[in-house]
Design a protein around this ligand. Structure first.
Ligand code: T1G
Length: 701
């Protein structure tokens, strides 16, 4: 049929095989090829049944995402799916690997479906700001019922083959070769005269009395849990059409809702986020064939919160860890923390007791550096001071075998200074995990001046094994995420002194799309964390912090956040639910008076601009300094490490979508009003003048 769709006979069976590596995505050529093969089979007198299967590692992973936003090209995927469903000859889809999005919709358009025991099926379109647009919202409920369909389509999460069998999405499981399984099932279709069985004609699963209750409940859940997210409510509306309308009209309703989502800014942002996450894995000057080192044994130095979280990340990936502490008491405390963390996951049902046992069996405690002699990688996670790091790295340099990678989890210190504590700077790299390290996916890989390509390639490959999203960053104070969040946090604090309340600032930024507001976040992490840094910076940057602000006043009053029951908010004993802190307003008013500020009513829009534009301005400086190689790398850091809504695409994508000229104009106003730290980034000025975008800017190589 064409280079990616093969059509062949086996007796009275036609085999239609799609071959479009790496994931058999359906672009125009694939859709045309499938349609041509279907038409061939209809007119082929030798053929009575059809088998649709894929070569390579997976069945169809969906429509070709690269086509979104471009002019549609016939045949559309809905037309191809409908044609398969209308086929006069019965067709079976053979699923292995994953059938996702348009891939599952193709299978639903077939009359039978069999799946490999290890396969998964899903409709993840919502994660791209879309909804299933090739009949999935109409056909899935006809097999699995409204409840299962709503859960799958609104969450976007795949289910395994057994669940799919139990939900009547597939008819049979197989093991071994998909082609052989497909031919065998097709032969049975011939032997047992299993004819056309159109999914669109099946309504039994829809005849459930509580459909309207299920729809109403899902609608309420979406409104509560996904405020501001454009496609989920439309997913619910599309599935609702399956209950209320005949198939043809339901498909039209789905198409209209799909088009609304396709045209939304959120779809553009989410597709950007999808590709940005894959793009950041590429380091331009590290060739794909760069050799990587085997990481079979890991050492972690320091059993505090970060050290234990890092150790759990590795044992969760099946890699044994030796966790080193300075004495038996500290070591037992660390191991106990590890056990409690796993036990909490078991309690929540996110980890089985058996898996917990397997993971903890890979975690060994140690007190002697010599126990790290055979480690392939050692990660230091001790107190954030150069002296403490020096002591560790000098010892590691003495005991670790040649070729061992020595990594620091430092969140802000100069990695080149740390590397110079050793005679092997080429083997030193920063692995900046985010707390809780066993949960947060983001990993900033700090590339030192001497870090070798092999070490970089190794830790990037390792990050995939750990399920982390790794972004390579250069050396500067705070690297990328923390350097930018410092500017954001400063503005959030000043807004409180200028008249806003913590509730207002947090609510405005949550509505914008942050998972948590800055004040609640500070209460969670502890207000004293930045206190020592602020004191240090007040000495070196008097223009930034001329007088102690509300943060310092709270620290001086012992109100450090959740850990003391009071901070920006008050917390009832044992509760994490923020309530107004009556001691706060008098303190805020006192600070405003001391600074000669007349408190004012501030709009939400103004609050968002002050905080988010501060991020963008610092991100532009970071980009121009070459600390990252692409603006999308900054977006990935904020999406996976700082709770920035993926449907916003990230701070730099958001700036591009607003227009850099508009962003610059507001930053210039802030600069006039607030002075030095609002100095517009030179790159922003340059791009705004050219009508450019951060996304198109490439640093000088
Ligand atoms: N379209 C185009 N390219 C895709 C793609 C897709 N659907 N899926 C993956 N790729 C590329 C990806 O960019 C990367 O490219 C390479 O394949 C390997 O991917 C009408 C509208 C399938 C679980 O959302 O979830 O159907 O970096 O690194 O980790 O209703 O890819 O090598 O150049 O992610 O093994 C719905 C998206 C589409 C699935 C495999 N489908 N893909 O993960 O490999 S919308 C999806 C994934 C749709 C219809 C609607 C994952 C994967 P490069 P990878 P992986």
């Amino acid at each position: 049929m064409n280079s990616s769709v093969n059509y062949e006979h086996q007796g009275r069976i036609a085999l239609i095989t799609l071959n479009n590596p790496p994931v058999n995505a359906l672009g125009q050529a694939q859709r045309q090829g499938l349609l041509d093969a279907l038409h061939e089979a209809q007119s082929d007198a030798q053929v009575d049944v059809l088998v649709l299967l894929c070569s390579g590692r997976t069945f169809i992973a969906g429509a070709d995402i690269k086509e979104f936003g471009k002019p549609p090209q016939a045949p559309s995927l809905p037309d191809v799916v409908n044609a398969f469903e209308q086929s006069a000859k019965p067709c079976v889809a053979v699923i292995h690997g994953m059938a996702l999005g348009g891939g599952l919709e193709m299978a639903l358009g077939c009359h039978y479906r069999i799946a490999h025991r290890d396969a998964q099926v899903g409709l993840p379109e919502v994660k791209l700001g879309l909804l299933p647009g090739a009949g999935g919202t109409q056909r899935l409920p006809r097999l699995a019922g409204i409840g299962k369909a709503l859960d799958m389509i609104v969450s976007g999460a795949p289910i395994d083959a057994l669940q799919a069998l139990e939900s009547h999405i597939i008819d049979e499981l197989f093991e071994g070769d998909p082609r052989a399984a497909g031919v065998a099932f097709a032969q049975r279709m011939l032997d047992e005269s299993l004819g056309v069985r159109r999914t669109g004609d099946q309504t039994a699963a829809l005849d459930s009395v509580d459909n309207s209750a299920l729809i109403a409940a899902k609608r309420a859940e979406v409104a509560k849990r996904m405020p501001g997210f454009f496609s989920p409510p439309r997913c619910v509306a599309a599935v609702e059409a399956a209950v209320c309308l005949p198939l043809a009209e339901g498909l039209q309703r789905e198409r209209a809702l799909f088009q609304e989502c396709l045209g939304s800014e959120q779809r553009a942002a989410l597709v950007h986020a999808f590709f940005a996450e894959r793009q950041c894995a590429r380091i331009e000057d590290v060739p794909k064939e760069t050799p990587v080192r085997a990481i079979k044994r890991v050492g972690v130095v320091g059993g505090g919160t970060m050290g234990v979280g890092i150790a759990l990340s590795f044992v969760s990936a099946g890699i044994p860890v030796t966790l080193l502490e300075i004495n038996e008491q500290a070591l037992q405390r660390a191991l106990q923390h590890a056990r409690e963390t796993c036990a909490a996951s078991v309690e929540r049902g996110s980890l089985s007791a058996e898996l917990m046992g397997q993971r903890l069996a890979l975690l060994h405690g140690g007190l002697d550096y010599n126990e790290l002699a055979e480690a392939d990688l050692v990660i230091e996670a001790v107190f954030e001071s150069l002296e403490a790091k020096r002591e560790v790295f000098e010892r590691l340099d003495q005991v670790c075998k040649p070729g061992a990678i020595l990594a620091s989890n430092t969140s802000s210190l100069d990695l080149d200074v740390i590397a110079a504590f050793t005679a092997r700077p080429q083997d030193v790299v920063g692995l900046h995990f985010f707390s809780p390290a066993n949960v947060m996916r983001l990993l900033e890989v700090v590339r030192g001046r001497d870090t070798s390509l092999e070490v970089l390639a190794t830790v990037m490959r390792l990050s995939k094994t750990l399920g982390k999203v790794a972004v390579v960053v250069g050396v500067c104070d705070g690297f990328v995420g923390n350097r930018m969040i410092f500017q954001y946090g400063r503005e959030a604090e000043f807004l409180l002194e200028e008249g806003a309340t913590p509730e207002q600032v947090d609510a405005a930024l949550r509505r914008f799309g942050l998972a948590m507001g800055p004040n609640a976040m500070r209460d969670l992490s502890g207000l004293d964390i930045g206190w020592s840094i602020r004191k240090r910076q007040r000495e070196t940057l008097p223009s930034h912090y001329p007088l102690p602000g509300v943060l310092d006043k709270l620290c001086e009053a012992g109100m450090l956040g959740q850990k003391t029951g009071r901070g920006f908010y008050r917390y009832a004993p044992g509760s994490r639910r923020p309530e107004p802190n009556p001691a706060l307003m008098p303190l805020l008013e006192a600070v405003s008076r001391e600074k000669g500020i007349t408190r004012d009513d501030l709009s939400d829009q103004y609050i968002v601009e002050r905080c988010i534009f501060a991020l963008i301005n610092e991100g532009a400086k970071i980009l121009e300094e070459g600390i990252v190689r692409r603006s999308s790398d900054i977006d990935v850091i904020y999406l996976h490490g700082y709770g920035f809504a993926a449907w916003r695409g990230g701070p730099m994508f958001y700036a591009d979508s607003l227009g850099l000229d508009k962003v610059l104009a507001r930053i210039r106003e802030f600069h006039q009003r607030f002075g030095a730290w609002w100095e517009p980034a030179p790159l922003l000025v340059k791009l705004a003048a050219q009508g450019g975008r951060f996304a198109d800017w490439k640093p000088a190589s």
